[in-house]
Design a binder for this molecule. Structure first.
Ligand SMILES: C[C@](O)(CO)[C@H](O)COP(=O)(O)OP(=O)(O)OC[C@H]1O[C@@H](n2ccc(N)nc2=O)[C@H](O)[C@@H]1O
Ligand SMILES: Nc1ncnc2c1ncn2[C@@H]1O[C@H](COP(=O)(O)OP(=O)(O)OP(=O)(O)O)[C@@H](O)[C@H]1O
Length: 293
């Protein structure tokens, strides 16, 4: 069984405050993208994980292959075992819910109730539901919204940001809020702990005239525009590229230097909820290791 595990992208992320247990109350509107991991699952008496890098920006060294992998934990939670072959395309620690996506895909395939994955992570129910989602509480109270059709352009920096550190920085900064229509209350906190993010946002705004916003807790940045609209369309004509197709939707990517950092520029689009299902066709072509360096 081949499962599609789409990346989640927050459109608005408001942090309402810190609870007594240290977790934060949030209000999130998020979509899922054609940029997706695939999880090939086959029944077996014991669980094993095999990882494949499905895109050159994926750092497999940071993904566990033991019982701490969120896909393995999801299987364990519902009392199943099997071989999991995960093709990672979602950047690791990119704020796009990579681990939660894989766990959510496993839970969705078995029709587990949405509350099942809450102890695996605040984002797991959101990823299990897929499509366009509203999330409240610590992110685990989810509601399906009508599909939202949009093209997005992502900047994937050569570093990740740990979610817990970003929420702690939000507390330390006194809980800043963001008035933008595409608000992310965690952006200032992420920039405080990772100054290269602020430099990338400024360089990206200078280059395109539009400010990209932080995805979730970062480190990915996102514009809700096509690369063409941003004047970046020509970037895809040269240099090493990666190409992924999910349900007929293309994900195209290329290398770019921004603020003296080598980043990946990825154009993708929102994936309707119905396509986050086992029958969806997924394929990818990635350049050789030499080209992707
Ligand atoms: C930033 C978002 O990804 C936006 O969708 C989520 O709010 C975080 O979801 P997640 O990555 O699934 O987060 P978890 O793995 O559950 O939590 C990682 C850490 O982030 C902090 N955390 C997470 C969610 C939340 N509502 N409040 C928090 O304070 C906690 O320190 C927690 O230990
Ligand atoms: N299946 C998985 N894929 C990726 N990372 C996993 C997986 N299972 C566990 N992890 C762990 O989760 C950590 C966070 O990776 P992930 O890509 O989920 O971060 P993220 O996208 O920033 O998360 P979020 O957006 O949910 O805050 C990794 O460093 C890794 O150790």
């Amino acid at each position: 069984m081949r499962l599609v595990a789409p990346a989640k992208l927050t459109r608005t992320l408001r942090v309402l405050g810190r609870r007594a247990d240290g977790l934060h109350e949030v209000e999130i509107e998020a979509v899922h993208l054609a940029l997706a991991d695939t999880v090939d699952l086959a029944p077996a008496p014991a669980t094993t994980i095999d990882l494949v890098a499905g895109a050159p920006w994926v750092d497999l060294a940071r993904v566990p292959t033991d019982a701490t992998n969120l896909a393995w934990r999801a299987l364990e939670l519902i009392g199943e075992t099997g071989t999991l072959a995960i093709t990672k395309r979602i950047p690791v620690e990119g704020g796009l819910g990579g681990g939660s996506a894989d766990a959510g895909a496993v839970l969705r395939a078995f029709g587990a109730p949405l509350a099942t994955g809450r102890h695996l992570g605040a984002d797991v129910a959101l990823c299990q539901l897929a499509g366009h989602v509203d999330a409240r509480g610590i992110g685990e109270q989810v509601m399906a919204l009508d599909d939202l059709d949009a093209v997005v352009t992502l900047i994937v920096p050569p570093f990740g940001v740990a979610t817990g550190s970003v929420y702690r920085a939000w507390d330390a900064l006194g809980g800043p809020h963001d008035d933008d229509e595409v608000a992310n209350d965690l952006e200032a906190a992420a920039c405080a702990i990772e100054p290269r993010l602020g430099a990338l946002i400024a360089a990206a705004e200078r280059r395109t005239g539009r400010r990209p916003r932080l995805a979730g807790s970062g480190s990915t940045l996102a514009w809700w525009h096509s690369a063409g609209t941003l004047g970046l369309g020509d970037e895809f004509a040269r240099g090493p590229a990666a190409h992924v197709t999910v349900g007929g939707d293309d994900v195209r990517a290329t290398r770019l230097m921004l603020a003296d950092l080598p980043v990946w520029l990825i154009e993708t689009r929102t994936l309707p909820r119905a396509l986050a299902s086992p029958a969806t066709e997924v394929s990818s072509e990635t350049p050789s290791a030499g080209e992707s360096a």
